[in-house]
Design a binder for this molecule. Structure first.
Ligand SMILES: Nc1nc2c(ncn2[C@@H]2O[C@H](COP(=O)(O)OP(=O)(O)O)[C@@H](O)[C@H]2O)c(=O)[nH]1
Ligand SMILES: [Mg+2]
Length: 260
């Protein structure tokens, strides 16, 4: 029996990108359903996605297209950050019996053609990270300082948290539903890059099998990034706090073992 896959695509102000993203998914992973999670974008992204979904349903009803994938839209009232949008999308997926849930940006940075390899890897992993920083991975159109920031941030997280991952901040990944069900989604308060690290770290601590698959990340050509200095700072502060907490926990454990 084939597994049911849902691709969750968070959007905020992606009017020029959302339709090409949905088309690319249809071309490369035609069996996967899609959930666009729009935070009330003032530019009408949510309505565009809604129209796309309706056209797809209409074509299937008329028999012009096979009744294959479905596109759904979850409208949220205000911009609340990437983390809460994903948590809402995950809950939506778990309530509808999907087996695999994918995270993917709407801005063209994550290539739909890389997704079949991520999905294939979920056969033997609970969480598959699309990774820019493993052999075979790449980034297109980033100035050197963006690369330094990403590699540096990931190295910091790896060393401080003790997780063996090269790209824990990336947002192109596939989860098996069993893992999402086992994680306390209600406790995840992180917003931006921090959300990705938070989820990867929780997965590692839960004993999940986490693997990295190389992807080519392409910097967006249309629209604007929503990542702010605040989001980078949030991630740095959180990773530092988690790292310190983890260290003192391990130290206390070692102390109890020597004392006892
Ligand atoms: N629903 C929702 N989507 C968001 C929010 N912030 C960013 N996104 C979406 O998340 C994806 C990644 O954001 P982006 O700004 O491209 O981040 P960057 O690639 O790190 O610069 C894009 O599809 C955005 O539209 C948000 O607050 N809510
Ligand atoms: Mg982007």
């Amino acid at each position: 029996m084939s597994r049911r896959v849902l691709v969750v695509v968070p959007t905020y102000q992606e009017r020029e990108n959302v339709v090409p993203a949905l088309d690319a998914l249809g071309a490369h992973v035609p069996a996967a359903d899609v959930l666009v999670v729009d935070d009330g974008s003032p530019d009408g992204t949510g309505q565009l996605a809604e129209d796309y979904a309706a056209a797809l349903r209409g074509a299937a009803d008329r028999g012009d297209a096979p009744a294959g994938r479905a596109v759904h839209v979850l409208h949220r009232t205000a911009k609340q950050g990437l983390g809460p949008a994903y948590v809402a999308g995950f809950r939506w997926a778990l309530g509808r019996g999907y087996d695999v849930v994918v995270e993917m940006d709407a801005d063209g940075s994550h290539r739909a053609q890389d997704l079949p390899r991520l999905l294939a890897a979920t056969d033997s992993a609970d969480l598959v990270l699309g990774s820019r920083w493993v052999p075979g991975g790449a980034v297109e159109n980033w100035p050197w300082h963006r690369k330094v920031l990403s590699v540096g941030g990931n190295t910091y997280a790896r060393l401080l948290l003790g997780i063996p991952l090269r790209d824990a901040t990336g947002g192109f990944r596939a989860y098996r539903s069993e893992l999402l069900r086992a994680l306390p989604l209600g406790e995840v308060a992180s917003q931006g890059y921090c959300f990705q690290v938070d989820m990867a770290w929780r997965a590692v601590r839960a004993g999940a099998r986490v693997v990295e698959v190389p992807i080519t990340f392409v910097e967006r050509v249309r629209g604007q990034s929503k990542m702010s200095r605040g989001i980078v700072v949030e991630a740095l502060v959180a990773v530092t706090r988690w790292g310190m907490h983890e260290r003192s926990r391990r130290l206390a454990g070692a102390f109890r073992r020597t004392a006892g």
